[in-house]
Unconditional design. Structure first.
Length: 262
């Protein structure tokens, strides 16, 4: 009798532990994110876009292996649950995808690339756009051709990316900029970025004034729309006073009037 009770106790403990793990490592993400909704809209023909930034996937230098494992699992579950429940048309990761890309070898970078594509897999319905950050290739003083090119090759990016979306019949122009090369100090990467910005300005001006039929540009198929710009570093503004007074901004910044320095 005692033996049977002991077995039942062990089985009960095992089942309870399994339920606790299942809830904390899987179900809780659905419970929390189920409350999230897209803003109410009168026109259903709108693009749903989800922004994330600074995932900082750890490499071999910083952090303990268990810390790395926990972070990656939590990010993966949060990302995939949000993608499943909210079904966004686009997801944009706005830089610092990796934490140690600026230091790592090409061999470790290959591992990084694999992990990013596994953790943030989106399938065919959702398009994923990636922007480079300073932790991916280094700060301006530390960038070089090798680090820039391997990021661009891994995630199909350039110094300046024009992505034209025709999802849901909407013509929307996304411009993704490598903001690490916007130092404007005459370095070769800065010159290249400025040159590509001028070319893009010419393209967008032609689309706006003449339409796509009269603009003989390669890989340009959509119509003109005021471009939406994404960068890792924020563009300069005098202060936060120009930002909308919504709930999120009020929680983040209580006083929006202090002036910023360039």
């Amino acid at each position: 009798m005692r033996k049977l009770f002991h077995k039942k106790s062990l089985l009960g403990f095992f089942l309870l532990s399994l339920l606790i793990i299942l809830y904390n490592e899987f179900i809780i993400y659905y419970q929390v994110l189920f409350a999230c909704r897209w803003p109410s809209k009168k026109n259903e023909n709108l693009l749903n876009l989800m922004l994330i930034s600074d995932t900082h996937l750890l490499g071999s230098r910083n952090g303990h292996w268990f810390d790395k494992l926990r972070r990656e699992w939590q990010q993966h579950r949060s990302f995939q649950t949000a993608r499943f429940l909210l079904n966004p048309d686009y997801i944009v990761i706005m830089g610092d995808i990796t934490d140690e890309g600026k230091w790592c070898s090409d061999k470790e970078w290959t591992y990084y690339e694999k992990r990013v594509k596994e953790l943030f897999y989106t399938g065919e319905k959702t398009k994923l756009l990636l922007i480079v950050g300073n932790h991916d290739i280094g700060f301006h003083y530390d960038i070089n051709e090798r680090k820039i090119e391997r990021f661009n090759k891994s995630f199909h990016t350039k110094f300046i990316n024009l992505h034209q979306s025709t999802t849901k019949g909407l013509d929307i122009n996304f411009i993704l900029i490598n903001s690490i090369s916007l130092e404007n100090d005459g370095c070769k990467f800065c010159k290249r970025t400025q040159m590509e910005l001028k070319k893009l300005n010419k393209t967008m001006t032609c689309l706006r004034d003449n339409g796509v039929e009269k603009c003989d540009f390669k890989n340009i198929s959509g119509k003109y729309s005021r471009p939406i710009i994404f960068t890792h570093y924020p563009l300069f503004r005098d202060s936060d006073s120009i930002c909308p007074h919504d709930i999120d901004s009020e929680l983040a910044v209580t006083n929006k009037n202090p002036k910023f320095r360039p």
